[in-house]
Design a protein around this ligand. Sequence first.
Ligand SMILES: Nc1ncnc2c1ncn2[C@@H]1O[C@H](COP(=O)(O)OP(=O)(O)O)[C@@H](O)[C@H]1O
Ligand SMILES: [Mg+2]
Length: 232
Amino acid sequence: MILLDDVSLTYPDGDSRVTAVDHVTLEGRPGVLTGITGPSGSGKSSLLALAATLVRPDSGRVVIDGVDATDLGAAARTALRRERIGIVFQQPQLLPSLTTREQLRVMAELGGRGTRERRASVRGRIDELLDAVGLGHLADRRPAQLSGGQRQRVAIARALVHDPRVLLVDEPTSALDRARGAEVMALLARLTRERQTATLLVTHDLVHAGALDETVEIVDGRVATADAAAPV
Ligand SMILES: Nc1ncnc2c1ncn2[C@@H]1O[C@H](COP(=O)(O)OP(=O)(O)O)[C@@H](O)[C@H]1O
Ligand SMILES: [Mg+2]
C-alpha cells in the first residue's frame, strides 16, 4: 500500500520556485496497476520521485505500508526503499559487464540489514523471477546481447528481487515499439496481480491504457481526473 496524501513539490527557479506537484492525493493498493498519465512536464516523474522517497515533499505525507516516510532520515528512507519499494526507471540502467542473472544478484547482495539467510533466500528466488519475466533462457546474456524489451524486463525483474510491496515504473514503453510495449505492459499487469504489488506506472502513452486497472490524470501538477479504467 502506498498513500500520497496531499503532497506538493516545488523546485528552485531563479529567485522563485516552480510547482511540479500541487496538492496531489492518490493511493496504490495491492494487486492494482494504477496508471499516472498526463502531458509531458505535468509532474508525473516528480510524483514518482516523491512516491519513491527519493525527494521529500514540501508538504503532505508519503505513507508506505503504514510507515510515514515523510519525516524519516536519509538512512531510514534508504532502508525503507530497499525493503519495500521496487523502482523501474525510464532507461533500464543495466551494468554492461554483467549477465542478466548477475544484474539481479548484485541487487540481492546490496543492503546492510540483510542477514545471510535473507540474502540466500533472495538469491534462490532469482531464477524463479527470471522465468516469471520470460528471461530464464537469457540469464547468461549481457545487456548488449538483449533487445530493448528484454532489457526492460531485466530491469523489472531486478526491481522485484527484494519482493517489494510497492512497484514504481516510469514510462516503461517509451523506448519500445508498440508490440514490445504491449508485452511489457501485460507483464507488469500480470506481475502486479501475482505478486500483489501496489504498482504506480507513469505513462503519457494512452495506447496501453487497456492494461491499467485505474488511471489518474495529472495536468499542471494536479489531479485532473481519477477513474477506474474504462471497461473493455
Ligand atoms: N530537478 C528539477 N529542477 C527544476 N525543475 C524541474 C526538475 N525536475 C522537473 N522539473 C520541472 O517540474 C515540472 C514537472 O516535471 P516532471 O515531473 O519531469 O514532469 P513529467 O514527468 O510529467 O514530464 C516541469 O516543469 C519540469 O521542468
Ligand atoms: Mg517524466
